[in-house]
Design a protein around this ligand. Structure first.
Ligand code: SF4
Ligand code: SF4
Length: 477
């Protein structure tokens, strides 16, 4: 925008509230062609992105003691976190971890805004650091891209577009396979990819659907995922406040904005913003950060780099756009610790302590003992009373466990297996039946408490309580 009158500017400044940067006035999608970013922040983000991409693509191949680093097999309900297996029975732990993570995100966002979006979100990293870079390489910078889009379909345009979308499709296939590897495991994925297709139609179908989804998001949908789909993006309005650190324009220093020279003459009384709109041209979500913090801003820092370059050229201090909070720019003090952040931190601490203690006391073996339905009690030839039970034992470890079930209390009782019990295979379940015989003199009429213990070798792995039913006249026998 050229230098504008005060009235025009104020109309422009308020106009941004009425539309999205990537939608035309008649409601159509406006394709954004951000200028190629460059600068210190961009170089740092490239470095961080490559580290994260190596971790993401390398993750499925990393094992701990022969077991995957991360496995989220929702279909078969198998979950592995840092080599430790989790079962559906550990769902409460999963919920607790999810809740802790959400509170952490809320606290982090209240202090640092959308740092995650700009530096670590897979959507931003893939779009800005992989797909967009391929686009720049094949089609050129923003101006050349716009020109190519408007040009007729010549052989050159077909070659460029075909090459770009071919690479996009290949990359989407690779990303789909990587995400699937985190769900079904790299070994299972390898079997699907190498076996004849007819043997794994469901697996191949999933890969195809995931590939198309990723291709659609990165080739077509792009910044709309951040602006209108991502729930985290929509939460911003309730999580950030005037103390949140975000990519912010220093309006105190920049305003009134305008070109420093007009008609060959110096213009007096202007701020540092020279109205070059470089910050807008690099923005991948099509917004003008000078309007203040907006939900569309993914904190990608491209506008900081662009403005710093301009400031260098016009010989003014860098940082007209920088990481800062509204309050500190307004002249107040930057406050990281506020009652709100303290409250979030308190909740987070409680959740963390709970999660750590629950993880620390988590049983590696779980068992369920049920009295057999339909049978109350039996009287044995020696006069003792017996109850029948079924037991189900889950081995959550990756090792085979020898198992022995003992009656712990009352100690005078006797436990007899009907068949054999164990050992339990890694990640396996065994089921068995047994009965407990007790002398009548130990029992009260009706329900009596009894305690079982489950041993693996010399280690007590689980303790269970159950009940033993006795007849109403047990005391008189
Ligand atoms: S890049 Fe900096 S100087 Fe140029 S319009 Fe944006 S804020 Fe103003
Ligand atoms: S306003 Fe700046 S930080 Fe925010 S998305 Fe646009 S370029 Fe990135």
């Amino acid at each position: 925008m050229a230098q504008t009158s005060t009235r025009e500017r104020s109309a422009y400044e308020e106009n941004f509230r009425d539309h999205l940067g990537n939608v035309t006035p008649d409601g159509k999608r406006l394709k954004i062609h951000p200028r190629k970013p460059r600068g210190a922040y961009h170089r740092a983000r490239v470095l961080v992105s490559w580290v994260l991409l190596v971790i993401l693509f390398g993750g499925p191949f990393v094992t701990i003691n022969g077991h995957p680093l991360l496995l989220l097999n929702i279909i078969e309900r198998k979950f592995v976190l840092f080599g430790v297996p989790f079962w559906p029975q550990d769902f409460h732990l999963f919920l607790l971890v999810t809740l802790t993570f959400v509170v952490f995100i809320v606290l982090f966002t209240a202090i640092f805004g959308r740092l995650w979006c700009g530096w670590a979100c897979p959507q931003t990293i893939f779009l800005e650091m992989v797909f967009r870079k391929i686009e720049y390489f094949i089609e050129g910078d923003a101006v050349q891209q716009r020109r190519l889009d408007k040009a007729p379909w010549t052989a050159d345009k077909m070659m460029r577009k075909g090459l770009k979308h071919g690479i996009y499709a290949g990359l989407s296939f690779l990303i789909a396979n990587t995400f699937l590897a985190y769900i079904i495991g790299i070994d299972e994925l390898w079997v699907i990819v190498t076996d004849p297709p007819s043997q794994h139609l469901a697996g191949l179908g999933s890969i195809t659907v995931f590939s198309l989804l990723f291709y659609g998001v990165f080739a077509r949908f792009r910044e709309q995922a951040c602006i209108i789909v991502c729930p985290y993006g929509r939460w911003q309005s309730v999580m950030v406040n005037q103390d949140t650190i975000a990519v912010t324009y220093d309006f105190q220093r920049g305003e009134p904005r305008g070109k420093a020279r007009k008609a060959g003459k110096e213009v007096e009384g202007l701020g540092d913003c020279v109205e070059c709109r470089q910050c807008v041209q690099v923005c991948p979500t099509g917004i003008d950060i000078r309007n203040g913090i907006q939900m569309e801003c993914v904190n990608c820092t491209a506008c900081i780099d662009a403005c710093d370059e301009v400031m260098d050229r016009v010989d003014r201090p860098k940082g007209l756009i920088r990481y800062s909070s509204f309050r500190s720019i307004e002249g107040g003090h930057r406050r990281l610790v506020t009652p709100r952040t303290l409250g979030y931190a308190g909740v987070l601490l409680v959740l963390l302590i709970t999660a750590v203690s629950l993880f620390g006391t988590r049983d590696e073996v779980q068992a369920v003992i049920l009295r057999e339905p339909g049978r109350l009690y039996n009287e044995l030839p020696d006069g003792r009373l017996s109850n029948f039970y079924s037991v189900k034992i889950i081995n959550k470890t990756f090792s085979t466990l020898p198992i022995e079930l003992r009656l712990e209390s009352p100690a005078e009782g006797e436990l007899t297996y009907l068949g054999t019990l164990g050992p339990v295979a890694p990640q396996g379940i065994v089921e068995g039946r047994f009965y407990v015989a007790l002398p009548g003199k130990l029992l009260q009429p009706g329900r009596n408490d009894i305690v079982f213990s489950l041993w693996s070798g010399a280690t007590l792995v689980h303790r269970l309580e159950s009940s033993f039913l006795a007849p109403h006249d047990v005391g008189t026998r």
